[in-house]
Design a protein around this ligand. Structure first.
Ligand code: MG
Length: 444
């Protein structure tokens, strides 16, 4: 049966031709069967595997789903920098045998059943593994439809996505120089940090070390120097860089709830675009008090895993931006649902986009950003040359906007030979202890 006869038999006619659905000769490989409902040729998942690589020094895990159509594969991000080998095991020992032989088109069905196949769910390891499978199936769906993924979910609401750059400095001058550089490069939004999270360089007197408590390499962070320095940092940048640039800041959960509320009130006069993660997830109940005390826009949630963790904060309008690390919450399928819930409450998106997310994950962020009305802002990353070599089609930044490659699927592929040139760094990648002066552990 030739291509024309197939189109006739499927009743797709001009539509299929226009979409390019039937344009690949391999679409009719011997093992494919036609569904009783009559649509795309049925394809099966033949293998799910994890690829480890670190072109930007972060331990990336990318899941590759292979199908019964030779050469047709999808990629998904399953990166959990602090526990990557646990994710690799979850993918290869559990998800691969679970998914083999199943229908590549049934994304929702596969997500639901893979999600509950462990019975216990919503931990970071299993959610990342699930995300790898889920995103790869969206990539395949796009390739089969001959469309970029944002077209599958409604098409563009904007031509590209506004993103923010990172600026940090050990002192005001170094930070100011970095902000100016980002503005010169076209960024309209800049996240400002004085040193590392919680400005640990401002802390003195690591008494726990004198008392031989913990290990000598453990670091000190006292909240008060950070809390005093942060309003002064905003004042300096507003005074020197002007009022046009939008300023963001990440508290990174390291202070007590009452102190965080006071800090946000003090920052109101500098009109921050948002303040990120002012509370640790263990202090979620304080958002009600924070919201009542200050008008500063609040972004929260990059440490959440279960999709249900966002629900109370969204439905009571206690936050303004949802920080979601797509792979940590189970992938693209679930992130779309969180975004849709948020839209009804005027909560906007700010997907987590750090180095510990593969270019595939960044592309997934941007495809979602392009297609949802309640897009807020996107955290950005400049991919180095090694990342561009391993991941052809990486997203790009121009004039403060993040762009995806418009080829079908995510628009990002992987060069597996190049990936092997960038093995994981030798250290295991977990976070070392940060302590108060008396040795008490600080929660990031
Ligand atoms: Mg953060």
């Amino acid at each position: 049966m030739n291509r024309r006869d197939w189109i006739k038999r499927l009743g797709l006619g001009a539509t299929a031709g226009a979409l390019g659905v039937l344009s690949r000769p391999n679409a009719f490989a011997a093992e494919t069967k036609i569904r009783s409902t009559g649509s795309l040729p049925r394809l099966k998942i033949t293998r799910v595997r994890a690829i480890k690589t670190a072109p930007q020094r972060t331990r990336l895990v990318v899941v590759k789903v292979e199908t019964s159509e030779p050469g047709l594969h999808g990629l998904g991000c399953a990166t959990f920098n602090q526990r990557p080998l646990a994710v690799v095991t979850a993918v290869e020992e559990y998800l691969d045998p679970f998914a083999r032989g199943r229908d590549v088109d049934a994304i929702e069905d596969l997500w639901q059943n893979a999600y509950t196949s462990s019975y216990w769910r919503n931990g970071p390891v299993l959610n990342n593994a699930l995300s790898g499978l889920d995103m790869a199936l969206w990539d395949i769906k796009g390739k089969r439809a001959n469309m970029p993924v944002h077209q599958l979910i409604g098409g563009k609401c904007r031509f590209a996505v506004d993103c923010y750059a990172h600026s940090s400095g050990r002192d005001h001058q170094e930070l100011e120089d970095s902000v100016r550089k980002n503005i010169e490069q076209g960024f309209r939004h800049v996240r400002i940090q004085l040193g590392g999270y919680g400005s640990p360089q401002l802390s003195r007197n690591a008494d726990f070390k004198d008392a031989d408590f913990g290990l000598p390499k453990d670091t000190l962070m006292d909240a008060q120097p950070y809390l005093k320095a942060t309003p002064k940092m905003f004042e300096h940048i507003r005074n020197t860089c002007g009022d046009d640039v939008e300023l963001l800041h990440d508290v990174h959960e390291r202070v007590e709830p009452r102190d965080a509320i006071r800090l946000l009130k003090e920052l109101e006069r500098y009109r921050p675009f948002f303040i990120e993660d002012p509370l640790s997830p263990e202090a979620n109940d304080y958002f009600r008090q924070m919201r009542a005390a200050t008008i500063v826009p609040i972004a929260m949630g990059e440490l959440f895993n279960s999709p249900h963790e966002w629900v109370p904060l969204i439905k009571d309008s206690l936050i303004d931006f949802i920080r979601v690390h797509l792979s940590q919450t189970g992938g693209f399928t679930v992130a779309r649902k969180i975004a849709a819930l948020a839209e009804w409450f005027n909560v906007r998106s700010a997907w987590h986009g750090p180095t510990d997310l593969s270019p595939v994950g960044h592309a997934a962020n941007i495809h979602l950003d392009l297609a949802i009305h309640n897009f807020g802002i996107q955290e950005s990353l400049q991919f180095n040359e090694a990342s561009q070599e391993v991941f052809p089609g990486c997203p790009t930044i121009r004039n403060g906007y993040f762009y995806v490659n418009e080829t079908p699927g995510w628009g990002v592929d992987i060069n597996e030979e190049a990936a092997k040139k960038y093995p994981y760094p030798e250290n295991p990648g977990y976070w070392e202890p940060v302590r108060r002066r008396d040795g008490t552990a600080v929660r990031p």
